[in-house]
Ligand binder design. Structure first.
Ligand SMILES: C[S@@+](CC[C@H](N)C(=O)[O-])C[C@H]1O[C@@H](n2cnc3c(N)ncnc32)[C@H](O)[C@@H]1O
Ligand code: SF4
Ligand code: SF4
Length: 338
């Protein structure tokens, strides 16, 4: 149960506000946020070490990206090393284009837990529509290079991501087929409408959610999202809106102080009371559907885990031996349940 000493179970950290792409699909892209990445804010080594050292005793799982490209960050190598030195499990999403062999070797050497490459397409034409670039060959080569550098080592667990939307929906079967023999897991996400997630706008909800009564959202009890300037977003959905801030970990006493600060406590109290409509960004959001129980089935050589109507993981059964439960069960039951 959530209490006064609870710490976030999932910590999402943006090491930099920059990205090397401007994907048309991205809910953080410059159409919605014209200043995105223009401020060139990068966390310093001292700042990221301060965060990691504070959260280490509670062993959360850490995602090293928010609305940015993590590999662009100056302190990325230092951050992944420090996480593993402190025994923290980590993952990140990347567009994969800045991955070098040296970085791949580092990730293998430190036994980093998990990497998700965002791919979304099986043809350069579709990649262009969704991610704004046509260099599918380079992306596939980089992912295969990561797999080759891992060799016979167990870690990192390597996945690819497909954000299902009208421009790529027809390629999904081919995507699954192509990647099933190359990586450990394929994540399929429904498109999140910028600012106002609405599952009825997506191509295919991952499972039937109709008739589910709205419930208290788990996000503010379980997660913290830290932007590169230290500002905390109250949850992952408004993370791209810099005007929505629930405190600053560098100025307001650290991660625990902000997680239990007035803004986060107020948000949790409103959700517990069923008053989510009193919160501007919750009123227009149905991402609380992510709080529903997980469903699973085994089919076609996959352990298919439906973690919410928004997300499904196709885990290749033959390659489950690098499954780290603190990362991959994190959409499941939470210690911090309200
Ligand atoms: C915002 S990106 C940041 C990390 C990295 N730059 C990348 O592209 O993987 C994190 C994930 O969010 C996904 N994403 C971006 N816009 C989205 C949207 N509108 N709906 C659903 N997922 C989205 C990306 O495809 C990626 O898998
Ligand atoms: S999806 Fe990732 S790579 Fe594309 S613009 Fe967004 S943050 Fe950058
Ligand atoms: S309802 Fe949406 S915006 Fe509100 S806390 Fe949950 S995920 Fe975040």
């Amino acid at each position: 149960m959530f209490g006064k000493d609870s710490m976030p179970e999932i910590v999402r950290i943006g090491l930099s506000d920059r990205c090397n792409l401007d994907c048309p699909q991205c809910r953080h892209n410059s159409t919605y946020h014209p200043d995105r990445g223009k401020n060139n804010v990068d966390m310093t080594e001292e700042q990221i070490f301060g965060i990691i050292d504070e959260i280490a005793p509670s062993k959360p799982s850490v995602t090293l990206n928010t609305a940015n490209e993590p590999l662009i960050a100056k302190v990325f190598p230092q951050a992944v090393r420090r996480l593993k030195e402190k025994g923290i499990v980590g993952t990140f999403n990347t567009n994969g284009l800045m991955l070098t062999e040296k970085l791949a070797q580092l990730l293998v050497e430190i036994k980093f837990d998990s990497i998700n490459f965002s791919v979304d397409a099986t043809t350069p034409e579709t990649l262009k529509k969704i991610r704004g670039v046509s260099c599918l060959d380079k992306l596939v080569r980089n992912i295969e290079m990561m797999v080759a550098v891992r060799g016979k080592n167990l870690l990192p667990r390597i996945g690819v991501t497909f954000v299902d939307q009208p421009d790529n929906h027809h390629e999904f079967a081919a995507f699954l087929d192509f990647w099933k023999t190359r990586v450990d897991v394929i994540r399929v996400s429904s498109f999140i409408k910028p600012g106002a997630p609405d599952i009825s706008d997506t191509c295919t909800p991952m499972f039937d959610y109709k008739g589910v009564k709205r419930t208290c959202c788990i996000q503010p009890f379980r997660d913290i999202v830290i932007r590169p300037n230290g500002d905390v977003s109250p949850c992952v959905i408004p993370s791209e809106d810099p005007t929505i801030v629930a405190g600053n970990v560098f100025k307001d006493g650290g991660v625990k102080a902000v997680f239990h600060g007035a803004e986060m406590e107020k948000l949790r109290a409103l959700h517990t009371a069923g008053r989510w409509d009193d919160v501007s960004f919750c009123r227009t959001c149905d991402y609380w559907l992510d709080s529903l129980p997980i469903k699973e089935e085994r089919r076609d050589g996959f352990l298919i885990r439906y973690s919410s109507p928004y997300t499904v993981f196709y885990n290749v059964i033959e390659r489950m031996n690098n499954w780290e439960s603190r990362l991959f069960d994190r959409t499941g039951p939470s210690k911090n349940k309200p």
